[in-house]
Structure formats: structure tokens, C-alpha cells
Design a protein around this ligand. Sequence first.
Ligand code: SF4
Length: 402
Amino acid sequence: MSKDQIINIFPKEKKKKDIKPENFINTSNKKNLYLLPKQDINKKIFDRLSKCFQNSKNLEKIKKDTILIVLNSYSKILKGEILNNEDFIISKQEITEFFKLEDKDIVRYIYYRYKYNKFPSLHKLDDYPPNIQIEPTSICNLRCIMCYQSDRTFSKKSGGHMGYMSLDILKKVVDEIEGKIEAVTFASRGEPTLHKELDKFLKYCEGKFLALKLNTNATLLNEQKINMLLSSDLETLVLSIDEKNKETYEKIRVNAKFDKIMKNLELLKNIREKNYSNSKIRVRISGVKINTDQNVEEMNKFYNEFADEITLVNYDPWQSSYENPINEIEEPCTELYRRMFVWWDGKVNPCDHDYKSLLSKWNIKDHSIKSIWNSDNYNKLRKIHQQKKRSQLEPCNRCLST
Ligand code: SF4
């Protein structure tokens, strides 16, 4: 099977809304609270949030107003009223996170989720982005067919895009965003577990964020790395696996060996059960649906014992961001309000779809995260999108993200 045959769900009309929503299913394990009757959960959420809100002192106005909106939304639901656009309730996945948190963190969490979910449609900004992605390295040991690593102009050494982040850059970012941003993800263009100082990166983040996440292709896991990850302050560990069939898996995840992955999953499971059974960490297997044959139900059956959640997310043609056909999408991109990316060399970018940083004008060595997020250049990008003129921007003119 050729690469083109494996990727068979690329939308012909080049519009994201034309991709069927069948591609995202989340099948968490039975312990999850959201399997309780809906009204019981809603009541629990309302009561807990009310209590935590009453106990929080000196809340800024924007946070206070947000919590009141959320409480009002739950109150409407409990009365059987219909929610409208201004309302906000948390999703299934967020419910799991909500109930894992301590009371002291509940208000912070709800404000962060509101910011992440609602600010893009309201075109609202806070001083800091809701989420930041930090890339320990842009280097990867795999060349997955749907990934920009398979674009040689990006991944070859002489292209200038490859490298490892220094601990100094990591510290500069973390020192600024602690208490300002709740969600930090170690991921982006490369494989984080290749970084020799990842343990120091994780240690430096300890106790500073509500939602610390790391994505790995799981091919390099060993006893030492698994212990490092499970003993850290990670809230979510994402393993990028898209298939249960050995042949297809190896065709998608070029350079990876299916047998090795299975061995690593077994090791992770054993160490987790033996030494970290009380850890808050959630393990998610997450793949990209690039082929109609991929089936999340079957994946769930196959991988259930190794993870708390199994997901397949929609494919976006990341491997050819600069060559995809120009599309007619006019809808603004939510990434401009949701996330910011810090590359290994300190370069800051609005998204990783633009993996060669054509949109970037900033480096963390010269600017703060706050000043970049609120800069004229960043706001100019947002304005162009809002004016439905994203066709003027490369690669937004070829991107499906909305
Ligand atoms: S539309 Fe532009 S800013 Fe948004 S993800 Fe695509 S390339 Fe990035």
C-alpha cells in the first residue's frame, strides 16, 4: 500500500466541515464519573463550584464574572432550561479532570477551560494564552506519513530547523507563565523523550500547572523513562498510536516497530500498576484517523488495558502545509486565541501547522510571552482572520484549521 492509499480521508472539498465527525470518539474507562446519570453529575459540579467560588478570596473581576456565567449555566440545566451561546458547561473529558482536582484549584480550572473554549468565538483575549506548547526538541526518530517530519526540507539537519531546547530557555518561559497559564504541553514538532534533560524540564514544572501534558510516540520508553514520566507532575501522558494492526501501524509510523511498542506498553502498565497506582496521571492513547479502516472501537478493545482513554483525532494534512491546495475557508482560526508554541530555539509561533514558522516574528530570548501574545503583529494576524482575509496569509490560506 502506498502512502497515498493509506491516507484516504483527505477531504476533497478541502473544508474541515466536510470531514465527518465519526473520527473522534473518547472511550474512557468505567471508573469515570460522567457515566453517572447526567443530572447527578451536573448537580455535583454545581455544588462543588459554588462552594469553591464562595471560598475564593480576592478574585479578579474577569474570573468572578466567568464563574458566575458557568454557575448560571448549570443552574439553567438543573431547571431543565435550554442553554444558549453565552452559556458554558464542561465536556466529558473535563468532568474527569474537574473531579480529580483539589478544591483550591477548581476556580482556576473552570476559568482556564472557559478561556480555552469560549474566548476564540468571543474574540476575547487575556494577558496570556490559555495553553502553551513547549517543544523540548524538534528532532524525531520517526517519519510518520501524516507528519511534517516526513517533509525533508524541514527534518534534514541542514535545514536549520532541528535542535534541542536549553534548560535556560525552558526556565525563562516557566518563570514567566507560572500562575498565569494553567496548561502546558511538552510536544509539538519533535519527540520529547529524545531530550537528555527531560527529567530536569519536568522537575522544573513541578507544582506549577494544573494541566501538564506530554506527548510521546512511546517508541523510546524504557524503565528509566517510564519512571521519570510517572513520578513527574504530569496530568496527562499521551501515547501517539493510531492502529492495532502491525502492518498498518508500521506503514503509518515509519521507523517504528509494532512489537517494540507492545513491549513498551506492557512495561508501562506493569510499572504503573506496581509503583504508581495512586498517581493522578492519565494515560491516553491518541492516534490520527487517516484511513477509513481505522476503528476506534476495535482500538479500544485492543489497547484498553494499557490506557485510560483511547482517541482518534481528525487528520489534517500537516505533512504538506506549504503545498496543500489553497482553500476557500474564511472562518477565523481558533488557534490564534487558544495556544502559543515555543520552539526549541526560543522562536514563538501561533501554531505547528506552520512548522517552518512563516508566521513567526518573535523569539522568547528578546520578548516576554505576554508581550508577544498581545503584540501588534499577533493582533494583526487575528484581525486578518476576523476580516475573513486569511487567504492573504501563508500557510493559513492552505490550512483547514478553524
Ligand atoms: S489557519 Fe493559520 S494560524 Fe491557524 S492553524 Fe492554520 S496556519 Fe496556523
